[in-house]
Write a protein that binds this ligand. Structure first.
Ligand code: IMP
Length: 439
């Protein structure tokens, strides 16, 4: 199996980082194809330190935690090359910080390549997002994602390729910043930005970190397609999830990029036909950050119980996540859009304390039963119709075989498989990289 996609099946935060990290073990490449620093993948890893102790025969391991926002999770593994695809918007400050952090974790110089077609997310983008009110209306991550993609679509974005031509880069930055200052009536937070100083800072960042851009910014379309021709193992790590996808999500409460299977074609230049395994990552329940409809949201103390049990606070923004039950209407839709060949069900252990577990089977809308996931404004008016499955009420975090799970936990998983007609290939029962069952 050479090309594997790891995609969010819900509203993001499903645990894709952990799954991508797991599947990248032994992989040659791990690729991000959409989004930017709005993504936050928390990975808990075990590093085997190459040390004198190991040479004497005793391997030393070290547990650590790393929050990725731009760098693909697989890039943590030795010999796995990280690729930032053209579909991303890249904040250069964050990129340099993450590469330096990666260097401190890995024993080797991190191998990371960036598409020249990827767009830059610059310091004025978050300011514009704030001024436009998107943070409060949509509940965005305030990272400037919408305005950066906006520049791309309006055909005035600045690309990674532009960084290689200093004069042109400075000119484009000057032109774009001046335009924004004019458009926003000389708002003080924009006026204080100086294009030349910004350009100096950005170019200086890469120099100071000894990151020769000419070697990092390469033709990633050719790189990846050639790698697949050669039978290399390539993991495509989605950011956000199907229901946040600009086309297939709960528009307008979505992000600005393609988080579904088609995003790999758009954002990495690899045909989706080449992807052999499409892993849909879902929590055993549902969460969402930001505004927008969420039919199975639980607003009472049970929702708070889910939040505490699942430690549901955003990796990127620290915001408490909205919590609710598993929604099979939405999950079936995500499976249809992406063509999942298997599922990874994350955080099953979080449900251990509940005596019964509701699962949404359909929606009620104006007295009718809906089995298909509708668009807004219908979705906002839907009530979930639940089937209640019995809980198991015992700790499952030590289970490593499917047969070790309590029978009701096994039934819960089988129920999801039957409803989606997609096999569950991975069940996560805890945060550490080893807390998994491969049924
Ligand atoms: P933006 O991507 O910052 O523009 O935010 C748009 C919507 O997507 C908001 O509801 C965010 O909370 C949500 N969002 C963006 N990235 C993530 C993510 O990685 N996990 C969960 N939600 C996200």
């Amino acid at each position: 199996m050479t090309a594997i996609a790891v995609l969010g099946a819900q509203w993001g935060d499903e645990g894709k980082g952990k799954v991508a990290h797991l599947f990248s073990q032994g992989a040659d490449f791990c690729v991000r194809f959409n989004g930017g620093t709005n993504a936050g993948h928390r990975v808990i890893f075990t590093k085997v330190k190459v040390s004198t102790a190991e040479r004497r025969g005793g391997a030393v391991t070290e547990e650590g935690e790393f929050k990725f926002h731009l760098v693909p999770s697989g890039a943590l593994h030795e010999h796995c090359i990280g690729v930032l695809g053209n579909g991303m918007v890249i904040d250069p400050r964050a990129l340099v910080t993450e590469i330096e952090a990666l260097r401190s974790i890995k024993d080797e110089e991190p191998q990371l390549f960036i598409s020249p077609r990827a767009h830059l997310l610059l310091p004025y983008h978050p300011i514009i997002e704030e001024l436009a009110g998107a943070a409060s209306e949509i509940g965005t991550t305030s990272k400037g994602i919408g305005p950066a993609y906006g520049d791309k679509i309006q055909r005035r974005g600045i690309t990674m390729a532009d960084l290689l031509f200093e004069g042109a880069f400075r000119e484009k930055l000057r032109r774009n910043l001046e335009r924004e200052k004019r458009l926003w009536g000389g708002h003080p937070s924009l006026v204080k930005l100086n294009a030349d100083a910004l350009a100096d800072e950005i170019l200086g960042l890469f120099e100071a970190a000894a990151l020769p851009l000419g070697k990092r910014i390469i033709d990633t379309v050719k790189l990846l397609n050639f790698a697949l021709d050669e039978g290399k193992r390539v993991i495509f790590e989605g950011a956000q999830g199907c229901l946040l996808d600009i086309d297939f999500g709960t528009y307008p409460y979505v992000t600005s990029s393609s988080a579904t299977i088609g995003g790999i074609g758009i954002g990495a230049g690899v045909s989706p036909r080449r992807i052999e395994k499409v892993i849909g990552v879902t929590k055993a329940y549902t969460t969402r950050v930001g505004s927008g409809p969420f039919p199975t949201e639980v607003k009472d103390s049970m929702g708070e119980q889910l939040r505490q049990a699942g430690r549901e606070f955003g990796t990127t923004t620290g915001r408490p996540r909205r919590c609710g039950w598993l929604d099979l209407v939405a999950l079936k839709y995500a499976s249809q859009v992406n063509g999942f060949t298997e599922l990874a069900v994350m955080k099953l252990d979080v449900l251990s304390e509940f005596p019964e577990i509701p699962v949404a089977m359909s929606y009620r809308y104006q007295g009718e039963c809906l089995e298909d996931f509708p668009m807004l404004p219908i979705l906002e008016r839907c009530e979930p119709v639940y089937e209640k499955l019995p809980g198991w009420q015992e700790d499952i975090s030590h289970c490593r075989e499917f047969s070790e799970l309590p029978i009701n936990a096994q039934r819960y998983i089988r129920f999801i498989e039957e409803q989606l007609e997609v096999p569950v290939a991975l069940i996560s029962v805890g945060p550490a990289s080893a807390d998994n069952i491969f049924p």
